[in-house]
Design a protein around this ligand. Structure first.
Ligand code: G3P
Length: 218
């Protein structure tokens, strides 16, 4: 399973990248707003040090506007993925971009049939939002299993990009259910390192090594 980082904060991306945890980046208008910087400048900076795919979301509501934005975004970096919302106009745009072999990521997906529609349009990635489903009392991860089964039944190449990931159990379930990618905030990536027995084990090794080093020097 690939790890994408779900942020437009360049410092966070650099930090995760130094730990080898960034196979790609996803952004959206809310994350750009949170980062508080110019859209183009931010994406260009991310592209300057990330080789993996960077999802950049179109803002138009009609196909023509989405395609125009896609043309512009493609000039911002070498591995830009055009992120497009699940809608009839969005799927028109995805179909045209996919015919031109331009990578796309269909976002705000909440049902298995929306994922099927995106795959049939030729999407490179589909982004089901598991955390937001949990927020309204559904089992968000059930959606991942259903999409996996549908894509496998019909040999779709569209990758399942598990989004709205809020905690490590979402990542564990994504990996167990066959999610291709999980896009994750830095906080959740950092939580992957944690285990109380690891902390205890390291503490013991340091303690023992100090005693051993003390004896060796004596
Ligand atoms: O990429 C967008 C998606 O991950 C949203 O996450 O936490 O705002 O539901 P969240």
């Amino acid at each position: 399973m690939e790890f994408f980082i779900d942020t437009a904060d360049v410092d966070e991306i650099r930090k995760a990248n130094e730990m080898g945890l960034v196979d790609g980046v996803t952004t959206n208008p809310s994350l750009i707003k949170k980062a508080g910087r110019d859209h183009e400048e931010t994406i260009r900076e991310i592209s300057s040090f990330i080789n993996g795919p960077i999802s950049v979301e179109t803002l138009s509501e009609d196909c023509e506007g989405m395609l125009k934005e896609a043309e512009e975004y493609m000039t911002w970096g070498n591995n830009i993925v055009i992120k497009i919302v699940m809608s009839p106009e969005g799927m028109k745009a995805v179909r045209q971009l996919s015919e031109r072999r331009i990578k796309t990521n269909v976002t705000v997906v909440f049902s298995p049939l929306q994922a099927l529609v995106a795959a049939k349009a030729g999407a490179t990635y589909v982004s089901p939002f598991v955390g937001r489903l949990d927020d309204v009392g559904h089992q968000g991860m059930d959606l991942i299993g259903q999409i996996r089964q549908i894509f496998d039944n019909y040999q779709f190449d569209t990758k399942i990009l598990v989004a709205s990931v809020r905690h490590p159990v979402h990542m564990l379930d994504s990996a167990l259910l066959g999610g291709d990618v999980a896009t994750v905030p830095l906080k959740t990536l950092m939580q992957l390192f944690n285990h109380p027995l690891t902390d205890k084990g390291i503490e013991q090794f340091i303690k023992d090594s100090k005693e051993w080093a003390g004896k060796a020097l004596a």
